[in-house]
Design a protein around this ligand. Structure first.
Ligand code: HEM
Length: 123
């Protein structure tokens, strides 16, 4: 499915709900939760949301605030191995399920997330 199609189906609202459901889980996750800035959870949620809106819908907000994503570099401070990748993807799967992301969209987003997550591995 083309990115623009995914964006049309989910809309900004769908992405926003999905990312909120993801961060709700991250917050209490004992493995990856402690990596996120406790004092700026809302900011972290906004960064992932804006990134996805940029990536799928060309929304300009992420780039205006953060410039080039440089995700590998931005994940370098956090030790990410197979267990962390697996957990991130599990929490996102649960978030997609909770917010009723249609199955066909879940399938494509999951392959995108899986590819990016494996690329973040640094240990
Ligand atoms: C593989 C497991 C992953 C772990 C443990 C992880 C962890 C983190 C942490 C701790 C942050 C910093 C929070 C903040 O202050 O923004 C972060 C930022 C971010 N992550 Fe991940 N992440 C993972 C995978 C991913 C994936 C798969 C994506 C995209 C599909 C992603 C996208 C982002 C974005 C866009 C930011 C904000 C970058 C910025 O500073 O502008 N991450 N991640």
């Amino acid at each position: 499915m083309d990115e623009a199609v995914i964006y049309t189906i989910l809309g900004e609202e769908g992405f926003t709900k999905m990312v909120a459901a993801f961060y709700k889980r991250v917050k209490t996750d004992e493995l990856i939760g402690p990596m996120y800035p406790e004092e700026d959870f809302a900011g972290a949620e906004e960064r992932l949301r804006d990134f996805l809106l940029f990536r799928f819908g060309n929304d300009p907000r992420y780039q205006a605030k953060r410039g080039h994503p440089r995700l590998r570099m931005r994940h370098a401070p956090f030790p990410i191995g197979d267990a962390e990748v697996k957990r991130w993807l599990e929490l996102m799967d649960a978030a997609m399920e909770e917010t009723n992301v249609p199955n066909a969209v879940q399938f494509d987003l999951r392959s995108f997330f899986t590819m990016v997550a494996h690329n973040m591995k640094n240990k």
